[in-house]
Write a protein that binds this ligand. Sequence first.
Ligand SMILES: [Zn+2]
Length: 257
Amino acid sequence: MRHKKAFTLVELLVVISIIAILVSVLLPALGKARKQAHAIVCLANLRSMGYALVMYAEDNDEYLPTATGQFNFSQTQTQTNTNQPILSQGKWIGQLTPYAEDELLYRCPGDNSPHFTTPRINNETSILAQRNSSYGLNFYLSESIGLDFNNRKAIKTGQHLTTIFVVELAEEGEYSVLDHVHPEGWYASYDKDKEMPYLNAAKQLAYQRHQGKSNYLFIDGHAEKLEFLKTYDVAWDRSSFGNIKYIANKYDPEKSK
Ligand SMILES: [Zn+2]
């Protein structure tokens, strides 16, 4: 007596195609969940920095930490663990680290910058720099900007609490290996006849890293995921040509709302 086959070829093909369909349905969902997890870990990174920031300010007469340029730029320095940057005093992450209860995480899991492992050479200065963090300080709040030094004391003034302190740095280009961004220059590239992107900001910020948004830490220590245009947006005042007015500017303490 002839044994009946367990499966016919057609049945097998049907099963395989059903599995293929299930995989194709599930994979994008998994990818989306992964991206959401990246954004959540990143936000937690910034919240840890926020707690440290508030404690630092309490201990330092309400002054904020400062940015001073590259993290480390010696060609002889080597780095073995990107989560353990070589820290030096005077730089904001180094200033905050002693105030962190747990070790501060410096890398956003959604950050794919090659410069964590491959240093970047600056053609103008010939400085070789390596990225040590996904995050950069708002240079409006650094003492070396040449603006009112009291900006660094902004934490004292209520209306300044909505000022952004830390942003996510661009993954490529000059700013990928700096410890700060320069929002004071962004409007200069704004072309009144063009919509987004604001070219200067895009060179400095990873402003679309998390589902078209990016995470930001504010002076009061809270962190938020926001669209770039909720943080920085300008319009030309056509009645007096050449002037701009801010619709949103959460970087400049004088213009924050
Ligand atoms: Zn992030």
